[in-house]
Design a protein around this ligand. Structure first.
Ligand code: ZN
Length: 349
């Protein structure tokens, strides 16, 4: 079967590897029907994050259960499943607290599990899923083909955008600004509207992303950044800024933009994977009573809440996919996202 392997900066390709089999009674094997490339996959691709040795890559996928181990109770072959971007057992104290990203027995796609057994990356044709009952969410029926892209976003970007909104306390009547016009930022716009935000502003300089942001519910687009961006967003909200700012990039500049854009007493929800020296300025936060919450999104917690709205068509986050490629052409997908020619790339087997 095909699997995507990263060897080093700008060297990502598929290889023919052995198909996985059940290794433990809590495993399932899933045949991937759609996977995708994440903005965070670009960090090792660009060499910002070092690749010490070649390894499988990808952490977002949906598919059909092919086989389950003897102790798997909630899944059966033939079911359609959504895989969150990390493995979790669903039973430990952190999972029960809804923080499956800190599962005491969890792990990552594309790395060995805690017993030293390999787990395939998300950009593969078939994947052994440890702790299948805890990790996977099955739908009642195999969904229609046109719903698959939106279901795939529940693996990561839609749940992550939602986490930014929840962390910032977005709700009815709140005013919101979103920093970041990648797939997560756009999903954060959609999540904020879904949670009842009164007005949503998106920072974006890219025409196609602005258009999708508006489709997802952004009322206003701000093209300025830095001081000019702060001035522009404050001018829209009584000269002080919105109630909530959703930080969806993870750089020093984007975090700074978020912290300086929110009103005194407001809330910043941050979900961008930190890179490039992002730090919290306690003095600024102290002076303005600026609240900051967020982190790596426990998307497993959010899937049951978001799934009905995807199945009903109430939200269509799959619109973030603007390029679909066969898995064999995954390298072209990375190039397209690196060059910002694509917002997000969907991969088909
Ligand atoms: Zn756990």
């Amino acid at each position: 079967m095909l699997a995507t392997i990263i060897h080093g900066p700008r060297d990502i390709r598929t290889a023919e590897v052995d198909a996985p089999t059940i290794q433990k009674p809590t495993d399932a094997v899933v045949r991937v029907t759609a996977s995708c490339i994440c903005g965070s996959d670009l960090w090792p691709y660009r060499g910002v994050q070092e690749t010490k040795q070649s390894h499988p890559i990808g952490h977002e996928f949906v598919g059909i259960v092919e086989e389950v181990g003897d102790e798997v109770t909630t899944l059966q072959p033939g079911q359609f499943v959504i895989a969150p971007f990390v493995v979790s057992d669903g039973t430990c104290v952190n999972c029960r607290n809804g923080v499956q990203t800190s599962c005491l027995h969890g792990g990552a796609w594309g790395a060995d599990d805690r017993d030293g057994l390999p787990v395939q990356g998300g950009q593969s044709a078939r994947i052994r899923v440890p702790w299948a009952d805890g990790t996977l969410v099955a739908t009642d029926e195999v969904p229609a083909e046109e719903l698959v892209p939106s279901l795939l976003t529940l693996s990561d970007v839609m749940g992550t955008g939602h986490h930014a909104a929840v962390s910032a306390g977005v709700g009815p009547g709140k005013t919101v600004a979103v920093v970041g016009d990648g797939a997560v930022g756009l999903c954060a716009v959609l999540a904020a509207k879904r949670l009842g935000a009164e007005r949503v502003v998106l920072f974006s300089r890219h025409e196609s992303r602005q258009a999708l942001g508006r489709e997802f519910g952004a009322d206003t687009i701000i093209e300025e950044r830095g001081d000019a961006g702060v001035d522009a967003v404050r001018a829209l909200f009584d000269g002080v800024g919105p109630d909530c700012v959703l930080e969806c990039v993870g750089t020093k500049e984007s975090m700074d933009q978020a912290l300086r854009s929110v009103r005194p007493g407001g809330f910043v929800g941050y979900v961008g994977v930190p890179s490039g020296g992002a730090e919290l300025p306690i003095r600024l936060m102290f002076g303005g009573n600026i609240n900051v919450a967020g982190g790596v999104a426990p998307v497993r917690t959010y899937i049951p809440e978001l799934l009905p709205d995807v199945l009903s068509g109430a939200i269509n986050p799959g619109r973030v996919f603007d390029l679909t490629l066969p898995l064999a052409e995954v390298a072209d997908g990375y190039t397209a996202m690196d060059e910002r020619r694509a917002i997000k790339v969907l991969l088909q087997p």
